[in-house]
Design a protein around this ligand. Structure first.
Ligand code: ATP
Ligand code: MG
Length: 357
């Protein structure tokens, strides 16, 4: 079973049913999927924008605005259950591969705990730990260890609770991205870099055949384009955002192009850094394809730019490729498109997961 499949439930009981709640830095997205039929179908969808700065790089700065947006997204979607699967990301989260000598199954939690004390850069009592056995060879177990700062989990869990909901599943955004991809592109067997570029965070998940090999969050997102446009053209953020999206008249696209290219170069450097790190820790194999997600994947020319920089095919994610979408949702799904990838991955967290564990 894939790492991306395993459920991170930090000390809570398994819910009977829940919906995906992606609390992003530009918007809150609620996605409820129905998996009772032969195919996955979209039951409810609600997206509500957040004011700029309410959340940045995985940190909540304006709790009231976030609570308000969560409530609106849920009511807009018409979701009745209060059980939500949320994701966390950022610096206070660490995912690492570990190798430990083989031990009897009942001693494994203790052995992992002991090893984690040496391996993680945080105090052990300040984190929630989770792990998954990846494989076993010559009496050595290979594990994926997940350590999340308790304060980060409670920060997001509190916002959800204040909105009147229960955060029954706490996942990792990068894993949700992988899970979504596994459902939508199960035939994919190559080494694929999934890259979700939101407003302030980039989440990278390198997968092969449904197994996560590497996950990393980088504080870099679409806001970097907007901020750079605002600074260079000396205009307010909101106007720069509209210009970036091609909505604001008065700007020749030629004026924006050099700014866009400069930021895309920075973005590519960040990606290169992450890929270099991955190459130093894992496979000798080359990444064969990149799949972009997040709102910034829609930026004009980005896909082509990354394709020529990295010399690999670059596609944009299709989070609803294998999800049945009723006509009433078609327009919203089309409008939000790739930015719903993490929410779909979170929405897949259902009771059946535990059986696969
Ligand atoms: N057509 C477009 N062209 C360029 N950028 C776009 C487009 N549509 C959306 N964006 C950008 O995508 C970003 C929002 O994407 P997304 O909804 O994935 O972010 P988020 O999940 O809220 O943020 P994060 O994951 O960083 O916390 C914004 O920076 C927005 O400007
Ligand atoms: Mg996001």
């Amino acid at each position: 079973m894939a790492v991306g499949d395993f459920l991170h439930r930090f000390g809570v009981k398994k819910p009977p049913d829940c919906f995906g709640l992606d609390i992003g830095s530009s918007a809150v997205k609620a996605v409820q999927l129905d998996r009772t039929g032969p195919a996955v179908s979209l039951k409810a969808l609600g997206v509500v924008e957040l004011p700029p700065g309410a959340i940045s790089e995985g940190t909540i700065h304006d709790l009231a605005a976030v609570v308000d947006a969560i409530q609106h997204a849920v009511s807009k979607a018409g979701i009745k259950t209060t059980d939500a699967a949320i994701g966390i990301c950022g610096r206070e989260l660490m995912i690492k591969k570990l190798q430990i000598p083989e031990v009897p199954a009942r001693e494994l939690p203790e052995a992992v705990h002991l090893e984690a004390e040496h391996q993680i850069p945080f105090a052990i009592d300040e984190v929630f730990l989770d792990y998954h056995v990846l494989g076993q060879q010559d009496r050595v177990l290979e594990l994926a260890l997940v350590a999340a700062k308790k304060t980060k989990v409670t920060e997001y869990a509190n916002a959800v609770q204040e909105a009147g909901l229960s955060p029954v599943v706490v996942d990792v955004d990068g894993f949700a991205l992988g899970n979504q991809f596994e459902m939508n592109a199960p035939e994919e067997t190559g080494l694929v870099a999934l890259v979700d570029i939101g407003a302030t965070m980039m989440k990278i998940n390198v997968v092969r055949g449904g197994t996560t090999l590497f996950v990393r969050d980088v504080p870099f997102g679409g806001n970097r384009y907007t901020e750079t446009i605002a600074a260079r053209l000396k205009i307010p953020f909101a106007q720069a955002e509209a210009a970036k999206l091609g909505r604001e008249g008065g700007f020749a696209l030629e004026a924006l192009a050099p700014v866009r290219d400069a930021v895309s170069r920075e973005l590519a450097l960040e990606l290169q850094r992450a890929f270099d790190y991955f190459a130093s820790t894992a496979a000798t194999e080359q990444i064969s394809k990149m799949v972009l997600a997040g709102g910034t994947s829609k930026l004009v020319g980005l896909r082509e730019y990354l394709g020529s920089t990295f010399g690999v095919p670059v596609e944009v994610v299709k989070p609803f490729e294998h999800v049945q979408v009723a006509p009433e949702h078609a327009q919203e799904v089309a409008a939000a498109g790739p930015s719903l990838a993490v929410a779909v991955g979170l929405g897949l967290r259902q009771p059946g997961d535990s059986a696969k564990r």
